[in-house]
Design a protein around this ligand. Structure first.
Ligand code: PA5
Length: 433
């Protein structure tokens, strides 16, 4: 059974069945390229087969358990694909305000090295000083500047607290099998190390040790997460649009883009999807935006943003489409209480759940935006379970690769991020630049 259901009805007046039929041969040939490993970037297809050996899965769970026992604060250091997937998973699967729940046996979890902010890192150093700390530094290349700076800062703090020997039990490195500074350090210092497979690129690495270790530390059942992704692999394996929702969605995106709708807004009604939207933007942005092509990925959180960007979406320039990401079943039901004198005029909602009101807000928004000329579709996730999340990660990975192939771009490289680095290194007088 699929954990995701898609509704394309609000696209029908913008994209016809004929348009979809016409694109099918191209979808089919992209599917063949992907399956036969003949498409652009085919050295990076490791994500297509989710799953880990039993030994690696057990090792991740074991290290996560010992981290939970050793520390009150767990720091995840990484940038881009090296942190954003685990943050998405933790926010989606765990209760809100997770860092206040240490009393339930979980460490507080903080992310850093995803920026070079002095204030952010100083504040975090101050915050964790008085706690027991462990960290996981994640970098596939092992040479990225932002996480390297953060690692130096927090390694120093850990060594000061526990000595160089004590630090060995508290630092876990996730990197490639044999290259880069992090590998050298891990070997020299004897840190626990997990390997990112060569054929899995950063933004496709959430289901590798990159995403799985931090999620396991947060108490997430990563076996179930992987099972959900394997289900996704099975569900999204067919070439036909009717049988494969990932391709159906990709085909619609491509057709909308061809009609000049160059921005896709991922709209949710749940804060638990906040970081998932960040993961999705990174996946789409770095995979599709090249060769002067690609959908610009944006995100909003409703109903919050209906009192902000909602105005733009309703009446601004008509070059956008919207993908609603919904959760069918919340973890917790909350009813609006009745009030005797109804002084706030809300008794018409007494006894109704917040979910009911939120759902009506979604229906009202989808209709208003469609009437305002914004084609929209919805993806409904059954629940906030690891199985559903695993399937959702896989769904978007497959869809984004298909859209990239339809646009004739390589989804697995990111040549455009090199120029800022080159300029920055020059300005910083980095040796050899
Ligand atoms: O998706 C990608 O490949 C990038 O966003 C990388 O994840 C990011 O640049 C970090 O790279 P690294 O893991 O090598 O430090």
């Amino acid at each position: 059974m699929s954990c995701l259901s898609l509704d394309f009805n609000n696209l029908k007046t913008f994209i016809s069945e004929k348009d979809l039929e016409a694109i099918y041969p191209k979808v089919f040939s992209c599917h063949e390229m992907l399956e036969n490993g003949q498409g652009l970037g085919s050295d990076f297809l490791g994500w297509k087969k989710p799953g880990l050996s039993k030994a690696v899965l057990a090792e991740i769970n074991e290290v996560a358990k010992s981290v939970r026992e050793l520390c009150q604060v767990f720091i995840v250091i990484g940038i881009g694909g090296s942190y954003i997937g685990s943050q998405a998973g933790i926010t989606f699967l765990k209760p809100s305000f997770l860092n206040q729940l240490y009393k339930e046996g979980l460490p507080e979890i903080y992310f850093c090295g995803q920026n070079i902010s002095s204030d952010y890192h100083s504040d975090l150093l101050d915050l964790v000083e008085k706690y027991d700390v462990c960290l996981n530094v994640i970098s596939k290349s092992g040479t990225t500047t932002e996480p390297a700076i953060a690692f130096r800062l927090f390694k120093k703090l850990i060594e000061k607290k526990y000595g160089v020997d004590g630090a060995k039990d508290r630092i876990v490195v996730t990197t490639n099998s044999n290259k880069g500074t992090l590998n050298t350090l891990a070997k020299e210092q004897g840190y626990q190390k997990f390997i990112i497979p060569d054929d899995v690129g950063g933004r496709f690495s959430v289901l590798s040790p990159v995403g799985l270790l931090p999620m396991a530390v947060a108490g997430i059942d990563i076996g179930k997460l992987l099972a959900g992704a394997c289900k996704g692999e099975e569900l999204y394996s067919q070439p036909s649009l009717v049988e494969n929702n990932a391709y159906h969605y990709a085909a619609y995106r491509y057709l909308l883009y061809q009609k000049g709708l160059i921005t896709e807004i991922l709209a949710s009604f749940q804060p638990s999807l906040h970081h998932f939207a960040e993961w999705w933007k990174q996946l789409v942005g770095e995979s599709e935006g090249k060769n002067q092509k690609g959908i610009f990925p944006a995100s909003v959180e409703f109903t919050t943003d209906l009192h902000s960007l909602g105005q733009w979406i309703q009446e601004g320039k008509r070059n956008i489409f919207e993908t609603f990401l919904l959760i069918k079943n919340s973890n917790r039901e909350l009813k609006i209480p009745a009030s005797q004198n109804d002084s706030d005029g809300l008794n018409y909602l007494a006894g109704k759940t917040l979910d009911h009101v939120n759902k009506k807000a979604y229906e009202a928004t989808a209709l208003a935006h469609k009437e305002g000329g914004v084609p929209n579709l919805s993806i409904t996730i059954k629940d906030r379970s690891p199985e559903s999340l695993g399937q959702l990660f896989y769904f978007f990975e497959k869809a984004v690769v298909m859209t990239s192939y339809l646009n004739d771009v390589n989804p697995f490289d990111q040549p455009g991020v090199e120029l800022y680095k080159k300029n920055m290194f020059k300005l910083l007088n980095k040796p050899g630049n």
